[in-house]
Design a binder for this molecule. Structure first.
Ligand code: CA
Length: 231
């Protein structure tokens, strides 16, 4: 297997070099960019397997870069982890709402960053069974990783896809946040339970246009369930 390529977008050189050093030691191939402009050039040149992006960058915010990557068909499947010095919960949620697959708050231990990266990469690469699941017109094609309603494609980020795929293969059963973290996020100890809520919200939002958000049901005091029946 060839080494996975990670693009680090961080303007502070000592931090960027420290991260690059840790990742190379962790077996990754690393590319570096000091601002959004050079990051975009680098991504256009060759699609990385994952982008680590700092929140505060000189030309544009990391959040804007994340949004741009998630809007573009060519790059929307590339997982993004945001680096943020902002410990404020609101900003983290904003980062996730902007399309990031995870966030890491500075300062962080190199080992924590590696664990997060590996978890995100694992998540974006599994679920390749050649299966088509259908629920009342909502079709999930595991081979192509596409979710469609008739002729329309439902635009989902990698985490929302995985969440929906889990739900559709385990319909009608209630899962707690802890169980979802374990089954969908691979039991990554660094992911908080409220992350589940953020991705549930994003999944519902994506399904809303087709009125399928009602399938993702909140079960008060227990967690979430995928069901085509009305509550
Ligand atoms: Ca910075």
């Amino acid at each position: 297997m060839t080494a996975k390529q990670i693009l680090i977008v961080e303007d502070e050189r000592p931090i960027r070099e420290m991260i690059a050093f840790g990742l190379r030691r962790g077996g990754f191939e690393v590319r570096e960019a000091h601002d959004v402009k050079s990051a975009r050039a680098s991504i256009a040149d060759r699609r990385p397997d994952l982008v680590l992006v700092d929140w505060m960058l000189p030309d544009m915010s990391g959040l804007e870069l994340t949004r741009a990557l998630k809007r573009d068909k060519e790059t929307q499947d590339v997982p993004v982890i945001m680096l943020t010095a902002r410990a404020d919960e609101q900003d983290k949620v904003m980062g996730l709402d902007g399309g990031a697959d995870d966030y890491v708050t500075k300062p962080f231990a190199p080992r924590e960053l590696l664990a997060r990266i590996n978890a995100v990469l694992r998540r974006s690469s599994d679920g390749h069974a050649d299966e088509i699941i259908e629920a009342d017109g909502l079709v999930l094609d595991a081979a192509s990783h596409r979710v469609t309603v008739g002729e329309n494609t439902v635009q989902l980020g990698p985490t929302e896809y995985r969440l929906l795929s889990f739900f559709m293969t385990h319909a009608e059963r209630v899962y707690s946040r802890a169980q979802l973290l374990d089954r969908v996020w691979g039991g990554n100890v660094y992911v908080e339970e409220r992350t589940v809520d953020v991705h549930i919200r994003r999944l519902r939002k994506a399904l809303e246009a087709f009125s399928y958000d009602r399938f993702i049901q909140t079960v008060r005091g227990s967690g979430y369930r995928f069901s085509t029946r009305m509550e």
